[in-house]
Design a binder for this molecule. Structure first.
Ligand SMILES: N[C@@H](CCC[C@H](N)C(=O)O)C(=O)O
Length: 286
């Protein structure tokens, strides 16, 4: 069967987007579709699959599947792209609207230029800090801030944050030598995290600026992670290395995001969203 798709990216974090307002797809196929469409040799090539779909509780709904077919539950870069797509394709007509993810409903504000959307701000809601809700091993109700852990014989200091999906954040002195590719996969599947985890390495440049690299659960190395950037700024505040209520510029491999953990608790994320291509994917169900 032919499935209409749009490929979009937020700072290089690229997904195949399928518009379920126009084309319905059986839920049972989604993990397999995500794996096949993401394959760079036999599919289109992407970090995963995102569904833009009707929602009973918001103006539009989003589901995200990683490259390996696992469901991601939330995706910051995906939310900005969904907001851009929804506005540019007439799914919504206002510049402020709501998007439902697997974990919460977020507010989106699109910035327009001649009917197109170059930038989006998403209110990502409150970070989840309770250990058992990350989820992280142990039923402790306290948060995980600068906790010593040993991974692959390396002593690390871990801060854990969920933005609807789990993140393990580590401070490094020099982002260029951060062990993203070596330790990233070991952290991802470490027994401390029963649902696996996204691993972020961050280098503070100042209290308002940091460098960031990520190993994503289910997708591996990507150029950016929106929920990860939010988690990084929350971790920086929790470790008293950044201020709440102030913008922090996060430099990711694919570009910059502007993140603020507001005084009342929500995390705001602002950044770009771009369309790459659209067409038909020839899907073979085996
Ligand atoms: N790239 C995303 C996050 C995608 C999901 C993640 N890999 C997970 O499994 O939690 C982002 O921009 O937030």
């Amino acid at each position: 069967m032919k499935i209409p798709f749009t490929k979009m990216h937020g700072l290089g974090n690229n997904y195949i987007y399928i518009d379920r307002f126009a084309c319905n797809i059986n839920d049972d196929w989604l993990p397999y579709l995500a794996r096949t469409v993401s394959d760079v040799h036999t599919g289109i090539g992407s970090d995963g699959l995102i569904l833009i779909q009707p929602s009973k509780h918001a103006d539009v709904g989003m589901r995200i599947f990683n490259k390996d077919g696992s469901e991601g539950k939330n995706c910051g870069n995906g939310l900005r792209c969904v907001a851009k797509y929804a506005y540019e394709n007439g799914i919504v007509s206002e510049t402020s609207f709501r998007i439902e993810t697997k974990t919460n409903i977020v507010d989106a504000d699109v910035y327009t230029d001649a009917g197109m959307v170059p930038y989006v701000t998403i209110n990502m809601g409150m970070p989840i800090l309770r250990r058992s809700d990350i989820p992280m091993d142990g039923d402790d109700r306290s948060s995980v801030v600068a906790e010593p852990v040993v991974i692959d014989d390396q002593s690390l200091s871990l801060t854990a944050v969920s933005m609807g999906n789990p993140h393990a954040v580590f401070f490094v002195e020099d982002i260029r030598s951060a062990p993203v590719e070596t330790l990233g996969p070991r952290i991802e599947t470490h027994q401390l995290f029963p649902e696996d985890v996204n691993a972020e390495f961050i280098e503070m440049i100042s209290r308002n600026e940091l460098n960031f690299r990520v190993w994503e659960r289910g997708s591996g190395m990507t150029q950016a992670c929106g929920t990860g950037a939010c988690a990084a700024v929350v971790a920086a505040v929790l470790n008293e290395r950044a201020e709440r209520g102030e913008d922090v510029t996060v430099h990711l491999d694919g570009g910059d995001l502007y993140i603020q953990w507001q005084d009342h608790g929500d995390v705001l994320m602002t950044g770009g969203a771009e369309t790459i291509a659209s067409g038909d994917y020839h899907f073979h169900i085996t």
